[in-house]
Design a protein around this ligand. Structure first.
Ligand code: FAD
Ligand code: SIN
Length: 538
């Protein structure tokens, strides 16, 4: 096996990973260099598909303030948002957005060159910055990718998966990586390993997340003994295009509702007034359950979004990609109803971190969607995720300045047994039909641990996971990427279901039909691996 060492390794090239790489290289002394590894091509990520925008609490926006953004975030978070985290992230919004502008990100502006702000659900003012109309993620990611590629100090490995972390005495010493093209393994020693591996949408049958969102970073951190937080909190977006021809469903941005579009049934009858006085702009969990409920009551596979009330010129300018995608599917959004249904979208839970990205394991950091900082609580406010990615990457890079990043020279003998297993070419693994197992798992999660949950279904899910585990008897080393992803999906799915079972209340995106009430006390859930089994810490 090949060995290498770097002062810092960043795993993942979404907006969190790309921005962390640029800021770390810019600010930190890296005697052994910086490595960025990513599972697919550089920039392929959830970030690339972000549409609505990024929260910009900008000093020049006189109608907005950090106090108002903090209040909106906390209200949406259903009692689980951490005040200090929310405050810190909100107060750094202006600074990081201005830094993104320096890196070449262009946000949409009006005729007078002022930044344009839009509104999304549960935001009390217009504060969302967007780019390319409805292509915010792609525009930010392209600008950052360009800078990363131009920077010769950042070593990039594409098509490379992190498969295990090297942890001894609760300190991370590096990572084992697998090249998906050559099938070769490499051990990378490093004093600072960053997980920027994104979310888990692919655990569900219906999701807005692309193929790579398989929860790898969360599984790696758990396997290594890190503390995870609020694993039961999955955000389902209310309006994914209800047409299946890819591995995920195309998103119809909340910003379309922000500009005035209405939810309705096939006859155009609106229904949101029955569920919340804020109607289409109620928090996402409420709109999702409303759509889901309408679908169940009328025994249909989708509801509709009517955007025809938005002026044609505005629709085309603000939502060029949504208009195009719908037209490719025979829907002219200026007068046809758009068929929409909920889909798994975002993970509020994840690896527990502080604002600097520190996890419970020394030398292991997590930033972006993989992390649970306490910003989103039980229900994320739209467009806060991209903001969290950049503020936390920025802060983690700042923090690294104070750390000695000299990587020890010699190989750690005690970690050799972990490395040896991946190195052992005598281990012959028979091929497993992972794609059918993956479909089974996605159905189990959608049917038993989805938008509405109850004890019976969650227990059924656990039983079915046992069966899947029997059909997939891998513990560590796997045959290929698909197997590694499935290994990780199974770990994370189990933890989500176990945590959902333990939370005997309904809060934010976690809705138990058998426990519809909300506790007075707001408590996070924590889980860590203790002697090989989950330990649910109070
Ligand atoms: P990602 O962007 O998902 O990047 C993860 C990276 O890690 C990828 O490059 C992946 O290939 C890599 N990776 C994963 N596992 C491994 C491994 N084992 N080894 C190596 N590499 C690995 N949020 C907003 O704030 N505003 C929006 O408008 C918005 N719109 C959205 C629209 C859609 C369709 C989706 C899916 C999400 C949207 N979100 C939005 C959420 C937001 O895009 C994500 O939460 C955010 O981009 C996550 O960024 P990230 O860098 O943490 O992870
Ligand atoms: C959207 O555009 O509706 C998604 C925004 C988000 O997830 O923050």
């Amino acid at each position: 096996m090949k060995y290498s060492k770097y002062s810092a390794v960043i795993i993942g090239s979404g907006i969190a990973g790309l921005y962390a790489a640029l800021k770390t290289e810019q600010q930190v002394n890296l005697p052994d260099g910086l490595l960025l590894i990513t599972k697919s091509k550089l920039g392929e990520s959830n970030s690339r598909y972000a549409q609505g925008g990024i929260v910009g609490v900008m000093k020049e926006n006189k109608s907005d303030s950090t106090a108002s953004h903090i209040s909106d975030t906390i209200k949406a978070g259903a009692g689980l948002s951490e005040f200090n985290t929310v405050k810190y992230i909100s107060e750094h919004s202006d600074e990081v957005v201005k830094d993104l502008l320096k890196f070449g990100v262009e946000f949409d502006r009006d005729e007078d060159n002022n930044l344009c702000f839009t509104k999304e659900a549960a935001h009390s003012v217009r504060r969302i910055l967007h780019s390319g109309g409805d292509a915010t993620g792609k525009m930010i990611e392209q600008a950052l990718c360009k800078k990363v590629k131009e920077n010769s100090e950042i070593q990039i490995y594409e098509q490379t998966d992190a498969v295990d972390l090297l942890v001894k005495n609760n300190e991370c010493k590096g990572v084992i990586i697998f090249n998906n093209i050559t099938g070769q393994y490499e051990t990378v020693y490093s004093s600072a390993v960053f997980l920027a591996t994104g979310g888990i949408g692919q655990l569900y049958k219906y999701t807005t997340n692309p193929a790579g969102a398989t929860g790898d970073g969360i599984a790696l951190a758990y396997r290594a003994g890190a503390v995870l937080q609020d694993m039961e909190f999955i955000q389902f977006h209310p309006t994914a295009l209800a047409i299946d021809n890819d591995e995920n469903r195309f998103l119809i941005s909340e910003a379309v509702r922000g500009e005035g579009a209405k939810l309705c049934d096939a006859d155009g009858v609106e229904f949101m007034y029955k569920y919340d006085e804020r109607k289409e702009l109620a928090p996402r969990d409420i709109v999702t359950r409303a759509n889901f409920n309408e679908m169940i009551e009328h025994n249909v596979n989708n509801v509709y979004l009517n955007a025809s009330c938005i002026e044609n010129k505005k629709l085309a300018k603000r939502f060029p990609n949504i208009s195009k995608k719908c037209l490719e599917n025979g829907i002219d959004i200026s007068h046809d109803f758009i068929p929409v249904a909920p889909a798994a979208h975002y993970f509020m839970g994840g690896v527990k971190t502080n604002i600097k990205g520190e996890t419970s394991i020394k030398g292991l950091y997590a930033i972006g969607e993989v992390a649970s900082t306490g910003l989103h609580g039980g229900n994320r406010l739209a467009s806060n995720s991209l903001l969290e990615c950049v503020v936390c990457a920025y802060t983690a890079a700042e923090y690294l300045k104070s750390i000695n990043l000299k990587t020890p020279k010699q190989i750690d003998e005690e970690l050799k047994s972990v490395i040896d297993e991946y190195n052992n070419e005598d281990i012959i693994l028979d091929e497993i039909d992972v794609s059918s197992l993956k479909t089974k798992l996605q159905n189990i999660m959608w049917n038993y641990a989805g938008i509405l949950r109850n004890e019976q279904d969650l227990c059924l899910a656990l039983e079915e996971f046992e069966e899947l585990q029997r059909e997939f008897p891998r513990k560590n080393k796997c045959l290929n990427r698909e197997e590694y992803e499935f290994r990780n999906m199974l770990v994370v799915s189990r933890l989500i279901v176990q945590c959902a079972l333990l939370r005997k209340e309904s809060r934010g995106a976690h809705f138990r039909t058998d426990y519809p009430q909300t506790y007075d006390e707001c408590i996070h859930s924590f889980v860590t691996k203790n002697e090989g089994v989950p330990d649910f810490v109070k």
